[in-house]
Design a protein around this ligand. Structure first.
Ligand code: DQA
Length: 152
């Protein structure tokens, strides 16, 4: 089955962007980490990043179609700043009843108040934040070990 890892705005600049908060790893490093995690769990990885809300929604719709076809293991979503703003992303997840793990590299709850609210959390299966890029690998393990078992 397939695991989608979707990354939102500004995450293409990982490694360059606020390294004190997000660390020195690049998005390419994250993709490699995810590839390894997918492989050890016998999952097929679809890894994407976009700075555009609509592109993220299109991938969620694709994941929804795969779910209906019985091909989806789960979605790991770091919606970045859209986490705190996007009713459209929330609706896309809810509409397709997608098994989503919300992910943040930083501990959003230890940061500014506007990062404490998430439109994704109420429609997510779980939330991982504050574990750095290692969180992606843990999220993929969770898709394989928890979400797949729930859907069986
Ligand atoms: C983030 C946290 C968000 O608040 C922020 O807008 C991001 C990255 C994280 O991974 O820690 O762009 O999602």
């Amino acid at each position: 089955k397939t695991v989608f890892v979707l990354n939102g705005p500004n995450l293409n600049l990982l490694g360059l962007r606020e390294p004190a908060i997000y660390g020195a790893h690049t998005l390419q490093d994250v993709e490699r980490l995810c590839e390894q995690a997918a492989m050890r769990n016998q999952l097929v990885l679809r890894f994407h990043q976009s700075n555009h809300e609509g592109a993220l929604i299109d991938w969620l719709h694709e994941a929804g179609q795969m779910k209906r076809d019985g091909q989806l293991a789960g979605v790991v979503l770091n919606a970045a700043a859209y986490t705190h703003t996007s009713v459209a992303l929330m609706d896309a997840i809810k509409g397709a009843d997608l098994p989503v793990i919300e992910l943040h590299i930083s501990n959003v709850h230890a940061r500014e108040a506007f990062r404490h609210h998430s439109y994704i959390a109420p429609v997510a299966k779980a939330v991982i934040c504050g574990l750095g890029v290692q969180g992606y690998s843990i999220a993929i393990d969770a898709v394989a070990q928890v979400l797949l078992a729930q859907s069986a």
